[in-house]
Design a protein around this ligand. Structure first.
Ligand SMILES: N=CN[C@@H](CCC(=O)O)C(=O)O
Ligand SMILES: [Zn+2]
Length: 432
């Protein structure tokens, strides 16, 4: 009886493994020299995991008797690992296109927030929306992410703030986790803003005493699972002390710490993340030198979000200083009603041009390092034997085209594969 496999990706011009020695993250030199095979093939088994990767001829000989459910001829094409989007806010109602115009006219993010817009605007609309409505728009957003090559995405709650509304968002995320192919890392972000009429301190106490026990119970009953806990640690939102209390309580119920910090003002969030053993801190436009040193030593990943700095015209995160200091740099789209971008290829392009990262660094940050920031780099983020078979096949002989052609991903991406299944096939692919 011949052995059966789910998928063979045959004879790619370039097959980008990213890494080949089971690295959990890449730093410095490792990010500069990614593992890339020329004229290579990849085999994914019926369990959805990678069984073999190597030169076309070697794989052909090794699997000459095998039967494949699907074979994709990748001649003239390149294969990359599916992208990992390390930071998104994708469940909400009420877009903020009107605020985009206000920002272009000079209003700052905090001007709008303090006037009751921004997150508050979205919280009001999300509270009024039914679970079904939220699910429908969320599902479409996930499909749009998938079409840009994202195969694992971090999804935050955080437009509920009140327990019932936060739980509604988490149920919506859980439903997609169960029903959709795209991988999801779920984040409780009830401390995304301080509810009107409350102080940060009382809001923190409410979260610690009511929200977190409710999450714990839902997890025990296997109704809703949450992977990470997030806080918006910012001047005028949650101060350092309230952030610390919430994160410590989250850690005590087994959640990974992964929070917003040092975005608009220097808060010592990076130092706090390192001290508490956070997996990641996001934004970091205002990080201190000490924060950079502390994050590098603690192996706390910096999730950089080039779309936010671009849209809000903030100073750019100091990616080069972080990379030179040995910080594990990751990337996320920050998709939310303020930064309406689904596309990791565009995020990588912005990271190269505005954050001065190299192409290789940007790809490592959007794959293996982003997976690390979610505690998933043992299964995701590279094309290595034993890992989940998530891949992006582009119609170009060199993988760099996907970053180089700004916004060109819609015509370049031919297939997106998750666990060896084709989850997106693009009929609109054109030549270079
Ligand atoms: N900075 C805080 N949170 C989001 C924005 C959320 C919103 O404005 O709705 C961010 O990561 O950019
Ligand atoms: Zn965010």
């Amino acid at each position: 009886m011949p052995c059966k496999y789910r998928l063979l990706l045959k004879n790619a011009e370039q097959l980008v493994l990213v890494c080949r020695n089971e690295e959990q993250f890449l730093l410095q030199e490792g990010m500069q020299h990614l593992a890339v095979l020329e004229k290579a093939s990849l085999v994914i088994g019926n369990d959805g995991f990678i069984k073999a990767v190597g030169p076309t001829e070697t794989i052909q000989n090794q699997f000459s008797q095998a039967v494949f459910e699907t074979i994709i001829d990748c001649t003239g094409k390149s294969v990359l690992p599916g992208f990992v989007d390390a930071h998104t806010h994708p469940v909400w109602a009420g877009d903020r296109v009107h605020e985009f115009a206000m920002k272009l006219a000079g209003a700052t993010y905090m001007d709008i927030h303090q006037a009751g817009g921004g997150i508050h605007f979205t919280v009001n609309h999300t509270e009024a929306a039914s679970e079904e409505t939220l699910y429908c728009s969320f599902k479409q957003r996930l499909e749009r992410m998938l079409r840009t090559g994202t195969t694992l995405v971090e999804c935050k709650s955080g437009y509920g703030l009140q327990l019932e509304s936060e739980l509604k968002m988490l149920r919506v995320i859980e439903r997609a986790y169960r029903e959709m192919e795209i991988g999801i890392s779920a984040t409780y972000c009830g401390a995304h803003s301080v509810p009107k009429g409350k102080s940060a301190e009382t809001a923190a106490t409410e979260i610690i005493e009511n929200h977190l026990p409710a999450l714990k119970e839902l997890a025990v009953n296997e109704e809703v699972h949450v992977d990470n806990i997030d806080v918006f640690c910012e001047k005028g939102v949650f101060d350092l002390q309230s952030t610390k209390r919430i994160l410590q309580a989250g850690k005590a119920i087994g959640l990974n710490l992964n929070f917003h910090g040092d975005e608009l003002n220097p808060m010592n969030s990076a130092e706090l993340g390192a001290e508490l053993g956070a997996l990641a801190v996001s934004h970091l436009e205002e990080i201190s030198d000490e924060g950079i040193t502390a994050m590098a030593a603690a192996k706390c990943s910096a999730v950089l979000l080039p779309t936010t700095a671009y849209i809000l015209r903030l100073k750019q995160p100091r990616a080069r200083d972080m990379l030179n200091a040995g910080v594990i740099v990751s990337l996320g789209s920050d998709f939310n009603p303020n930064a309406y971008c689904f596309s990791m290829p565009m995020v990588m392009h912005l990271a190269c041009v505005n954050l001065k990262m190299s192409l290789n660094e940007a790809l490592a940050a959007a794959t293996i390092n982003a997976a690390y920031s979610l505690g998933k780099s043992h299964t995701h983020g590279s094309l290595e034997v034993g890992k989940q078979g998530d891949a992006v096949i582009i119609n170009a002989p060199r993988w760099e085209h996907l970053i180089y052609q700004f916004g060109g991903h819609q015509e370049l991406i031919k297939y997106v594969v998750i666990k060896g299944k084709i989850v997106y096939r693009n009929e609109r692919v054109l030549g270079l």
